[in-house]
Design a protein around this ligand. Structure first.
Ligand code: PMP
Length: 448
C-alpha cells in the first residue's frame, strides 16, 4: 500500500528537516566525535534514525527538551527506564538525600529492609537479590538455575531479548537454530547449551524439555522485544505445568511487562514463576535491577553455596545494591509505581491504542495495534504475530524509520527500535491525541 519511493522521499525530506532544525545538536555531535567512538558515549544513541544524535537537555514527567529547545511528548521514556515519568519527585528527593550521605559502601542500609518487604509483598516471591542492570540479573539467574539443578541447558524463545546476555543470543531461521547474526566477537557456540524454540508452541516445548537436562526456561510472559507477541490463552499455565513436571525452573523476565499492573503480568494473570526478574524502571531510572525467587529455590541455592568452599560465585558486581540504588528503589516502589499511577496509565494506554487503531483504519491500512497495560505497539502488518518468526516477518525497517523520523521532527518520541509507546503517570490525553494526529499526517503524507 505504501510505495517504497514514498518512504525514500519521506526519509530524505525528514532528514533534511531534522538537520535544519537542530543546529545545536549538530554542533554538539561534531564536538562529541572528537573522543567518543562514533560520536556518542553509548552506541545505541545512534539508533533513532536521525542523521546525527539528538542531544537531550532535560526531561520531566512525560516531556523531554532537546539542546535546540524543542519539546517532545515522550512515549519512549528511555525505552522503559523512565516508564513512570522522568525524574519522579519522590525518586529525585531520595537521590538528593542519599547523595549527601554516601553512595556506595558494599554494606546494606536501612532502606534494604523496606525494599525487601515491598518486593516480597508486591511480587509474591519471598527472597530477593539486587544487580545493577536487568542484563546482569538475567545472567545471575541463568547461573543460579544451572548451579542448583546441575543441568547445563536452558530454553529461550525465538525473538527474545533479555539484555546483553550471551546465553540467549540464539535465533531460529526457517526452524533452524543459529547464533544471532549481529553478534560482534562471538567465539563460542551458544547452541551447545541453549535451545531456542517458538513461543506458543507447546509440542516444541515438550520436546525441548523431554531429555530432562534443562535448567530453566527464561522468557517474558509476553514477548515485547520483537514487536509484541502475546501468549495464547492457557499457554503460560501449560508452560508452568510442563517445567514443573520436568524439574526445570521457570523464570519470568518482567522488565517490560511490569507495564501490566503493579504486580506485573505474574501478579495480574499468573502463573507464579520460580524466579522473577525486573530491571529498568524499578529504581526510577537509577541503574538497578532485582531478581526474586521461591523459598525452595533459596534453599537449593543455600545448599550450592554451602558446598562451595571458595565463597566466589561468578555472580555480582561491586556497585550492586548500593545505597543510592536502594534509596531510589524504595521511593520508586513505595511512592511512584503505585496503584494510583497505574489507574491513570492503564485507561490512557487503552485510549492510545484506540487512537492508533482509528488513525490506521482511517488510512485504509490493516496494521495491528496491541498492548500490555501501559506498553503499546503497532506493527505494519494485519495479523498479530504468534511467535518470533511471524513477528520478524512483520517488521518494515525503512517504513518504520521514516515514521519515527517524521514523529521526532514534530515533537513526538516513540521507542526507536520498534513501534513501542509507553504511557506514564504524567502523560496527558492531549499528548495521546497529538500522537494520533501526527501519525495521521505522516500516513497521509506517505500515501499521497
Ligand atoms: N530484559 C528485557 C525483557 C529487556 O527488554 C531488556 C532491555 N530491553 C533487558 C532485560 C535488559 O535490560 P538492560 O539493558 O537495562 O540490562
Amino acid at each position: 500500500m505504501i510505495a517504497p519511493a514514498a518512504i525514500a522521499r519521506m526519509i530524505a525530506d525528514e532528514t533534511a528537516r531534522f538537520t535544519a532544525a537542530n543546529p545545536r545538536s549538530a554542533a554538539l555531535a561534531k564536538d562529541a566525535a572528537r573522543h567518543w567512538h562514533r560520536g556518542v558515549p553509548f552506541h545505541w544513541m545512534l539508533d533513532w534514525g536521525t542523521p546525527f544524535p539528538l542531544f537531550a537537555a532535560r526531561a520531566e514527567g512525560s516531556r523531554l527538551w532537546d539542546a535546540d529547545g524543542h519539546v517532545y511528548d515522550d512515549f519512549c521514556l528511555g525505552d522503559t527506564g523512565s516508564m513512570f515519568g522522568h525524574s519522579p519527585v519522590p525518586v529525585s528527593r531520595a537521590i538528593a538525600r542519599q547523595g549527601a550521605q554516601g553512595l556506595t559502601f558494599m554494606l546494606p542500609t536501612e532502606d534494604a529492609v523496606a525494599v525487601g518487604d515491598l518486593l516480597a509483598e508486591r511480587f509474591g516471591l519471598p527472597f530477593w537479590q539486587i544487580t545493577s542492570t536487568a542484563s546482569e540479573a538475567n545472567r545471575a539467574v541463568i547461573r543460579w538455575c544451572r548451579g542448583i539443578t546441575g543441568r547445563d541447558k536452558i530454553i529461550v524463545f525465538n525473538g527474545c531479548y533479555h539484555g546483553a546476555v550471551d546465553d540467549v543470543f540464539v535465533d531460529l531461521r526457517d526452524g533452524v537454530p543459529e547464533l544471532r547474526r549481529s553478534l560482534v566477537g562471538q567465539v563460542y557456540d551458544m547452541r551447545e547449551h541453549t535451545r531456542v524454540i517458538e513461543f506458543n508452541d507447546l509440542s516444541a516445548l515438550e520436546a525441548a524439555l523431554a531429555p530432562g537436562n534443562v535448567a530453566c526456561v527464561l522468557t517474558e510472559p509476553a514477548l515485547t522485544n520483537v514487536g509484541m507477541v502475546l501468549p495464547d490463552p492457557g499457554y503460560l499455565e501449560a508452560l508452568r505445568d510442563l517445567t514443573r513436571r520436568h524439574g526445570t525452573l521457570l523464570v519470568f523476565d518482567e522488565t517490560h511487562t511490569i507495564s501490566t499492573r503493579p504486580g506485573g503480568w505474574t501478579g495480574t494473570h499468573g502463573p507464579l514463576p520460580d524466579l522473577f526478574v525486573l530491571g529498568k524502571p524499578v529504581a526510577g531510572g537509577v541503574p538497578c535491577a532485582v531478581y526474586g525467587f521461591s523459598a525452595e529455590v533459596a534453599e537449593r541455592m543455600e545448599r550450592v553455596r554451602a558446598a562451595n568452599e571458595s565463597g566466589h560465585s561468578g555472580i555480582g558486581t561491586t556497585l550492586s545494591a548500593n545505597a543510592l540504588a536502594l534509596a531510589a528503589m524504595r521511593a520508586a516502589l513505595a511512592e511512584v509505581m503505585t496503584p494510583e499511577a497505574y489507574a491513570h496509565m492503564l485507561p490512557l494506554a487503552d485510549r492510545l491504542a484506540e487512537t492508533l487503531r482509528a488513525t490506521i483504519a482511517a488510512h485504509g491500512l490493516d496494521w495491528h495495534v496491541t498492548h500490555v497495560g501501559a506498553r503499546g505497539e503497532f506493527i505494519c502488518a494485519g495479523t498479530p504475530p504468534r511467535n518470533g518468526t511471524e513477528a520478524r516477518a512483520a517488521m518494515q525497517g525503512d517504513l518504520e524509520r521514516a515514521i519515527h523520523l517524521y514523529l521526532i521532527n514534530r515533537g513526538v518520541l516513540i521507542a526507536p527500535f520498534h513501534n513501542m509507546t509507553l504511557v506514564c503517570p504524567a502523560t496527558t490525553e492531549d499528548q495521546v491525541a497529538r500522537l494520533g494526529n501526527v501519525l495521521g499526517e505522516c500516513l497521509s503524507s506517505l500515501m499521497e
